[in-house]
Design a binder for this molecule. Structure first.
Ligand code: PLP
Length: 482
């Protein structure tokens, strides 16, 4: 995005790219939308993409690629072992992050699998700002415990705190004291905390955490999946970064860590993942698992074409015009909704706009999954697919009791370089209508509940006939309009 001043008009984000490939979209009539979401068990993961108008489920693997990325895919070096593509990717990561060793994986969670297998044992603890679904699942599968140490203020939904992803250093010290440093498998920082609104972590906090880890000899790990947005927020919100290039900020961040892993479905606008490691011995410990679970060491389950696209995408990530597109569109959406009194997470973060279902539908108890119900209602009235990030995304306790999430969110992801501003305005308009009619929205209950990662394929139904009533009100207000 460029920061061009507008004459006589309110400034809007100005794209520094043009669209050269398009995909046709469908907007189904509302009765067909109701049918589609019912058949999907009110689970937006189970909708067919052909039934979705604006797909705001995720930013994973759906960011728009550049012409340069597509061109690079054509010159990929297809070899099981020793591919030149691998060397180009490893060299680019070395150039950007300055770490000597790189292990490719098929996506981000595969990195978590390998890290957990090698570093986590029963009785060990992973301290982090906030968990991500697959991260926590891998750690607990190994018998480890997750301790979330984000500062309390980071969990306040409305705020003007610039870095809500920061870890509370006092909380970390208390956890080290409680378990003993030798029981802390590693400290994990997620840059751009996914589940609490894509909120960034400050360079200052990262540096302070490094000191604590060094003092206690604890391994320090960065989940860099959402690093691109975080770098942009460092640049614009942190005084010490104002005069640094994105490449310089990246290096300042990377230099603090022992391990950096990422999902290339987000970072680098491709598909895949990888682990960058500073220490040779640690590299050897993890290396053996790559051929076992992923693929040979020079592709790790990725296609060589995606690896070429990733190498180019990582270089493009060093361009402020490129990485600002997501955060600036998100800021437009969040600020517009906020102005209309609609509860959203503030300040605007990366990744997407997050509706606060706890306030949006405050009449729905957490046991009836308010965020899931809101996501279902939004699809019905707009064809927009969002993602529940609340109690449904949690796992039950071993005794079967519910874990009520700290936040009940509907995430409306804005994949990078994909949507236009008029599509964002449509989303705001339908959300505003839904907010006015929010009392019509009711809760959900399970028909079929899988024991792990239930949000991916669980089936639910409405607790009453509220969805039919919502459709009737929509018809009364919009007539035949889609
Ligand atoms: C998406 C994501 C992951 C998992 O990556 P996948 O490629 O989807 O497996 C891990 N951590 C964070 C912060 C993410 O956003």
């Amino acid at each position: 995005m460029a920061t061009v001043k507008f004459y006589g008009e309110e400034s809007v984000p100005l794209e520094m790219h043009k669209v050269r490939i398009v995909q046709k979209l469908n907007l189904l009539p509302i009765d067909q939308r109701l049918k589609a979401i019912s058949e999907a068990g009110n689970n937006t993961f189970l909708l067919q993409n052909a039934d979705v108008f604006l797909d705001m489920l995720t930013d994973s693997g759906v960011n728009a690629m550049s012409d340069q990325q597509l061109a690079a895919m054509m010159v990929a070096d297809d070899a099981y072992a020793g591919s030149a593509t691998y060397t180009r990717l490893a060299d680019k990561l070395h150039e950007i992050f300055g770490m000597d060793y790189f292990l490719p994986t098929h996506q981000g969670r595969a990195c978590e699998h390998i890290l957990a297998k090698v570093l986590v044992q029963p009785g060990t603890v992973v301290a982090m700002n906030y968990h991500f679904t697959t991260t926590k699942a891998h750690i607990t599968l190994q018998g480890g415990v997750v301790e979330e140490l984000v500062a309390d203020a980071g969990l306040e939904v409305t705020s003007d705190l610039p870095f809500k992803g920061d870890i509370d250093i006092a909380k970390l010290e208390a956890v080290i004291k409680k378990y003993g440093a030798d029981k802390i498998a590693f400290v994990r920082v997620e840059s751009g905390t996914n589940l609490i609104g894509g909120q960034p972590v400050s360079l200052k906090n990262l540096a302070d955490l490094r000191k604590v880890c060094s003092q206690h000899g604890i391994l320090y790990v960065l989940d860099a999946s959402l690093l691109a947005d975080n770098l942009y927020f460092n640049k614009i919100r942190e005084e010490s970064c104002k005069n640094l290039s994105i490449r310089e900020i990246t290096r300042k961040v990377a230099d603090l860590f022992d391990i950096i892993y990422f999902s290339a479905r987000k970072l680098g606008c491709a598909r895949g993942g990888g682990i960058c490691i500073r220490d040779k011995e640690l590299y050897f410990k993890m290396r053996g698992l790559v051929p076992l679970y992923e693929g040979f060491l020079t592709y790790g389950g990725m296609s060589v074409r995606e690896m070429e696209a990733l190498a180019v995408g990582l270089e493009e990530t060093m361009d402020e015009d490129m990485i600002s597109q997501g955060p600036q569109f998100i800021a437009c959406m969040v600020n517009d909704l906020d102005k209309r009194g609609i509860p959203v997470i503030t300040p605007p973060g990366g990744l997407g706009c997050h509706l606060d279902a706890k306030r949006f539908v405050d009449h729905i108890p957490q046991s009836q999954y308010p965020a899931g119900a809101l996501a279902s209602a939004l699809y019905i009235v707009s064809g927009i697919r969002g993602m529940e990030r609340g109690t449904l995304s949690e796992q039950r306790e071993p005794d079967g009791s519910e874990v009520f999430a700290n936040m009940e969110l509907v995430r409306l992801a804005l994949p990078r370089r994909v949507f236009t501003l008029s599509q964002v305005k449509y989303a705001v308009d339908r959300i505003a209508w839904l907010h006015e009619n929010r009392r019509l929205i009711g809760g959900l209950e399970f028909i079929d509940e899988p024991p792990i990662l239930r949000f991916f394929y669980g089936l639910l139904k409405p607790v009453s006939d509220w969805q039919e009533k919502l459709v009737a009100k929509f018809r009364a207000d919009f007539g035949d309009s889609l």
